[in-house]
Design a protein around this ligand. Structure first.
Ligand code: CAA
Length: 248
């Protein structure tokens, strides 16, 4: 069987890198999008993964820019082929109480975290449907299920990903294309390291598992949902949050 191609947006981040590693270990060819190759030292990132035996490459793309995503998709097709597995990881926080949040904090989070998933997924979904195989995973968040202080923008975007995913699952199911969300809780990355220490400690104290999770925990869920054998798991949300929030 030909090697399946997996595109991971924001694949060079804490969670993204581990997703690349685990999907690569599962035999996928890995491509990540990156915003600024130099600032992100992306060549070094790719060669580190290659040294581990992962078939990794990258393309430059701002996922919040629809035109850039059209060009990125053309580049991916011409250099690497058709995308079979897509994981929308690229995301930012711009935390502030709504009464202190300016419009740029609102729009940047919605444009990257939610519109970015649309901009990228819409480039590849027709091809997946035509070929009768596709796996889309959108990385949401526990805070898209519960809300969080200072995150009206982020919680709205992450909740929006659930609606996007469920509708896409219904559209894709007859064509062998699945769409699911993974909802991380608090995970040890630079994003959670930026939370003010006192607030972070208060959050960790509420996690029944007693600690934050790791990027490996999230990647394991993504690898499960993107496996060839996972075709009947569709429109689901897989929470990975140490029992911080439990629901049906
Ligand atoms: N729980 C309870 N109270 C909270 C709180 C929380 N999570 N966050 C803030 N507050 C309270 C503060 O204790 C404070 O209370 P007092 O006025 O009684 O002292 C009040 O709200 C105002 O807080 P600040 O003084 O910190 O106000 P600020 O305007 O400077 O900052 C904030 C507000 C931006 C929300 C800041 O507190 C903050 O960054 N909080 C962390 C937000 C957060 O959890 N972000 C998650 C990032 S990680 C992520 O998003 C990944 C993921 O998917 C899970």
């Amino acid at each position: 069987m030909t090697q399946r191609l997996a595109l991971i947006t924001g694949g060079e981040g804490g969670i993204g890198t581990e997703i690349c590693r685990q999907l690569g270990a599962a035999g996928r060819k890995i491509i990540t999008t990156c915003l600024d190759p130099e600032a992100e030292n992306i060549e070094q990132w790719a060669s580190n993964l290659r040294a581990e035996g992962i078939d990794a490459d990258w393309v430059q793309c701002d996922v919040s820019d629809n035109e850039a995503c059209v060009k990125m998709a053309e580049e991916v097709r011409s250099r690497f082929g058709e995308v079979d597995v897509l994981v929308n990881v690229a995301g930012i926080t711009r935390d502030a109480f709504l009464h202190k949040m300016d419009a740029s904090q609102w729009y940047s989070v919605i444009n990257i975290n939610l519109n970015g998933a649309y901009n990228v997924t819409s480039q590849f979904i027709a091809g997946m449907r035509e070929r009768g195989f596709g796996r889309v995973v959108n990385i949401s968040s526990v805070n898209g299920q519960t809300g969080q202080f200072g995150q009206t923008n982020y919680s709205a975007a992450k909740a929006g990903l659930h609606g996007f995913t469920m509708a896409l699952a219904k559209e894709g199911a007859p064509k062998g294309v699945t769409a699911n969300t993974v909802s991380p809780g608090y995970i040890k990355t630079s994003m959670t390291a930026a939370i003010p220490e006192q607030v972070r400690e208060a959050i960790v104290a509420q996690i029944p598992a007693g600690d934050m999770g790791t990027p490996e925990d999230i990647a394991r869920a993504v690898a499960f949902l993107t496996a060839d054998e996972a075709g009947y798991i569709n429109g689901a949300n897989l929470p990975v949050n140490g029992a911080l929030f439990c629901s049906f």
